[in-house]
Design a protein around this ligand. Structure first.
Ligand code: ASP
Length: 382
């Protein structure tokens, strides 16, 4: 009796084991009626949304609390409109080159910024505009400097990139190229705003009060400079240059920058904004960069290129490379940088009291800021 029970237990255990093996096999493969045995399907994974990222700036300079509440709101509205357009275009699959040109065009048309309409005056009371654009796919780039009649210098810069074998056209030659290309041209008075006029007058009065020697260059027609030029910009802390960097869904990077330069700059002076490697740079292998600040400093240190080079040669991430450029290479107060790397990480840093900036990406990140500390922008999923 005891013996029989023992044998039944063994049989039960063996049957149990076989049943478990059978059930496990059922779990490992799926049965679909009529189709026979099929390998088990993996649980459906959420489709990753296509990656893209964008950052823009509207200049580095004075602290936003020096602006009125209404002015701050107006800056935010302008930056938001441009950022929204850029983000929507990237989401729709447009190329980064198209997007950065378009965003910068919007800001050029906005008189609040020192680019296109609203550009600051040089030392003889006229506007000379600089802009550049770079395509990270093949390092092609285009730039214009000292143009006086082109409504949207950034679009002319793109034409230099795409329709000539050159990188930088300046002055009259650039204006003539604009005529050949049929881009919108305007009377120089189009750029002048009462705000730029007031700023110019204020600087002139300050200069006269200080009774400085005029060491600036004179234009060829003998007009007198309103004021000495060296260091003329140091009193003006809201600089207002505009720029945009973007990573598109195809993984291509692009950067664009446009400016009227520094207030009361010497006639004929060209800053960093139209210099690839100084104010603008893009390479798919590393990052896209747009700078704003005291252009001479950004040219001396090839800031935009140095950020890319640090990433490539030292293996730094974009955040570290940008921080080094702003806080180690440049002097406090020199300006700021926006950058995005080939994986969509955004880095923004500045050493001025404020910087008008915004950024967005495919994960729903959306920020607009004027002041505060330079933030660590949200890093997208890896
Ligand atoms: N970097 C520009 C220039 O030096 C000025 C600016 O960014 O505000 O022309």
């Amino acid at each position: 009796m005891h013996h029989k029970l023992w044998r039944r237990r063994i049989t039960d255990n063996v049957l149990c084991d076989w049943l478990l093996v059978f059930l496990a096999a059922l779990g490992a493969v799926g049965w679909e009626s009529g189709a026979g045995w099929l390998p088990a399907e993996e649980p459906p994974r959420p489709e990753p949304s296509p990656r893209f990222a964008i950052a823009l700036h509207g200049g580095a300079g004075q602290a936003p609390d020096r602006l009125s509440r209404d002015e701050r709101a107006a800056y935010r509205t302008s930056l938001s409109a441009a950022l929204r357009r850029g983000r929507d275009w990237l989401a729709a699959g447009k190329s980064s080159v198209e997007v950065v040109e378009h965003v910068v065009r919007l800001l050029e048309d906005d008189p609040r910024f020192n680019a296109g309409k609203g550009a600051v005056f040089n030392s003889v009371g006229s506007c000379e505009l600089d802009a550049s654009i770079m395509d990270g796919r093949d390092l092609s780039g285009g730039a214009v400097a000292g143009v006086t009649r082109v409504k949207n210098p950034i679009s002319l810069a793109r034409l230099v990139m795409q329709r000539t074998r050159h990188v930088l056209l300046a002055g009259d030659g650039a204006d003539q190229f604009a005529i050949r290309m049929g881009v919108d041209r305007v009377d120089p008075s189009y750029f002048a705003t009462p705000r730029a006029q007031r700023r110019f007058e204020r600087i002139r009065r300050e200069r006269e009060r200080r009774n400085n020697d005029n060491r600036g260059g004179q234009p060829p027609d003998g007009r007198r400079s309103a004021a000495p030029d060296d260091g003329a910009f140091h009193g003006e802390r809201y600089l207002g240059t505009v720029g945009c960097v973007a990573l598109d869904q195809q993984g291509n990077l692009a950067a664009a920058t446009s400016t009227g330069g520094l207030s009361n700059k010497q006639y004929g002076r060209i800053g960093d904004s139209p210099i690839l490697g100084a104010g603008t740079y893009a390479a798919n292998a590393t990052c896209a960069v747009s700078c704003t600040g005291i252009g001479e400093q950004f040219i001396r240190h090839a800031i935009a290129y140095s950020i890319s080079a640090r990433m490539r040669l030292l293996g730094e991430d974009v955040q570290t490379a940008v921080r080094q450029a702003i806080h180690d290479t440049l002097q406090p107060g020199d300006g700021g940088v926006i950058a995005v790397d080939h994986r969509g990480h955004i880095a923004i840093d500045f050493s001025t009291p404020g910087m008008a900036r915004g950024w967005a990406d495919a994960d729903g990140t959306w920020e607009i800021r004027l002041g505060g500390a330079a933030e660590k922008a949200k890093q997208p999923r890896d």
